[in-house]
Design a protein around this ligand. Sequence first.
Ligand SMILES: Cc1cc2nc3c(=O)[nH]c(=O)nc-3n(C[C@H](O)[C@H](O)[C@H](O)COP(=O)(O)O)c2cc1C
Length: 179
Amino acid sequence: MSKRIVVLSGSPRNVGNTNRLTEAFIEGAKTAGHQVSLFKVAGLTIGGCRGCGYCFKHKGVCVQKDDMPPILDGLCTADALALTSPVYYFGVSAQLKLAVDRFFALLEEGMAVKRTVLLMTCGDATDAAAAPSISMFRQLCAYQKWEEAGIIIAPRLHNPGEIDGRAELEQAKKLGENI
Ligand SMILES: Cc1cc2nc3c(=O)[nH]c(=O)nc-3n(C[C@H](O)[C@H](O)[C@H](O)COP(=O)(O)O)c2cc1C
């Protein structure tokens, strides 16, 4: 069955390794006949949640007028969500976290999402640097009652192109096919 998938990519480097991993996932998803909406959040204007509660009184509409509405609209109909990011100081990129915090606007209205994946790259030799992000992702899944559909962490990556030929690309493609 064709699914709708929202992909939030948090890397500011268009030609970087995270986006290569993201593209592999999307390639797999499209091969399987799924519909993908990709948002490269680092290139968008997204303000931090102000915690003002305006959204709760306005059916999930945020007081801020920025690039977030199409993402929130997508999450209202998406079957699955993919979060992708480089590790930045032991977390996801601030650009991705800004978008995730804004999910708050749909806390009462709810999202359609049922399954989620996390794709990350990091510079360290092991995936240990991604542990706090994995923890955040799992807490988010539990909180939202989303099923964790897969996590891929690709370590030892610094310069664009280094991920080419690596097994994680094939794993991401397969994850996209089976989401
Ligand atoms: C601001 C910044 C912070 C980073 N922090 C970490 C870190 O804490 N741990 C780590 O393993 N790699 C860290 N890295 C390396 C990146 O996670 C890694 O090179 C990643 O593959 C870059 O992804 P990209 O090619 O999509 O830009 C950092 C890189 C930058 C630019």
